[in-house]
Design a binder for this molecule. Structure first.
Ligand SMILES: Nc1ncnc2c1ncn2[C@@H]1O[C@H](COP(=O)(O)OP(=O)(O)OP(=O)(O)O)[C@@H](O)[C@H]1O
Ligand SMILES: [Mg+2]
Length: 240
C-alpha cells in the first residue's frame, strides 16, 4: 500500500539545519498495524506527517498505492489525504465551537458528501465508537477518553484506507488509554491499516510490526511473530 524509499527531511532555519529524517525506507502493507517508537526528537512525528501528506519530504520517494506523492502540488496531496487518510492526534484536536456530531461530520463536508448521507454515516460511527449519547456535547464537556473516542470517530467517518495516530493515548489515563487501544486493535482486526507513534511499549504490543527510530533513521523492524518467539523463549527459560 505504501512504499517509502530513501526519504529525507531537512528543516532549515536561519542558522541551523536539522536532518529530521535521513534516508528512511519502509513498506507498509494493507492490513498492517505499525507502531513507531524512539526517543524524543528522533523524527517520528515528522515521518507521520509526511505519511499523512501534511508535510513534504526534501528528497526520496513516497508511493501511496500507485501514486508517487513527492512533487505533487498541495491540491493533489490534499485530495489524496481527504479521500484516504484519517488522523488521530495526541491532543485530540477537536474544534471547541462544534458539537461532537459536527466535529465528526466535518471531514464528510470536506469530501462533498450530501447532508442526509452525512447524518447516517456520523450516526453509524458514533454508535460503533460508543459516543452517540454525547452527540450534542461540546468537546470541553467530555472526559479525555470521550474526546479521543470522538476524534477516532472523526478519523474513521470517511472510511479511510490508512489511519495515522500520533501518541493517541499520550494525554489519557490508563483506563481511557486502554479503551482507545482496544478500539484501534478492533479496527486492525477488521482489516484497517494503522500507523501509530507511541512512547508506550505496552501500546506498541498491539501492533503487528514495531519500527524503532533513532536520529532520523530506522533502527530496527520487528514483527509480532518474532516478538512472540522472543517472549516464548524467555518464558521457557523461566521454567527451566
Ligand atoms: N518545523 C520545524 N522546524 C525545524 N525543526 C523541526 C521542525 N519540526 C521538527 N523539527 C526538528 O526535527 C526533529 C524531529 O522532530 P519530530 O517532531 O519529528 O520528533 P519526534 O520523534 O516526534 O519527538 P517527540 O517524541 O518529542 O514527539 C527534531 O530535532 C525537531 O527539533
Ligand atoms: Mg512527536
Amino acid at each position: 500500500m505504501i512504499t517509502i524509499t530513501n526519504l529525507s527531511k531537512v528543516y532549515k532555519t536561519e542558522d541551523v539545519q536539522t536532518n529530521a529524517l535521513n534516508e528512511v525506507s519502509l513498506n507498509i502493507k494493507k492490513g498492517d498495524f505499525v507502531a513507531i517508537m524512539g526517543p524524543s526528537g528522533c523524527g517520528k512525528s515528522t515521518f507521520l506527517n509526511i505519511l499523512g501528506l501534511l508535510d513534504s519530504a526534501t528528497s526520496g520517494s513516497y508511493k501511496f498505492e500507485e501514486t508517487e506523492t513527492i512533487g505533487l502540488n498541495e491540491r493533489k496531496k490534499s485530495d489524496i489525504r481527504k479521500k484516504n487518510i484519517g488522523f488521530i492526534f495526541q491532543n485530540f484536536n477537536l474544534i471547541d465551537e462544534l458539537t461532537v456530531f459536527e466535529n465528526i461530520e466535518l471531514p464528510l463536508i470536506y469530501n462533498g458528501i450530501a447532508s442526509s448521507e452525512r447524518k447516517q454515516r456520523v450516526e453509524e460511527i458514533m454508535e460503533k465508537i460508543n459516543i452517540a449519547h454525547r452527540a450534542k456535547h461540546y468537546p470541553q464537556q467530555l472526559s479525555g477518553g470521550q474526546q479521543q473516542r470522538a476524534a477516532v470517530a472523526r478519523a474513521l467517518v470517511t472510511r479511510p484506507k490508512l489511519i495515522l495516530a500520533d501518541e493517541p493515548t499520550g494525554n489519557l489515563d490508563s483506563t481511557n488509554g486502554n479503551e482507545v487501544m482496544n478500539l484501534l486493535a478492533e479496527l486492525h482486526r477488521e482489516g484497517s491499516t494503522i500507523v501509530m507513534v507511541t512512547h508506550s511499549s505496552y501500546d506498541a504490543g498491539y501492533a503487528s510490526k514495531i519500527v524503532t527510530m533513532k536520529d532520523g533513521e530506522i533502527f530496527s523492524e520487528t514483527h509480532s511473530e518474532q516478538r512472540k518467539d522472543i517472549f516464548e523463549k524467555a518464558d521457557s527459560k523461566n521454567f527451566e
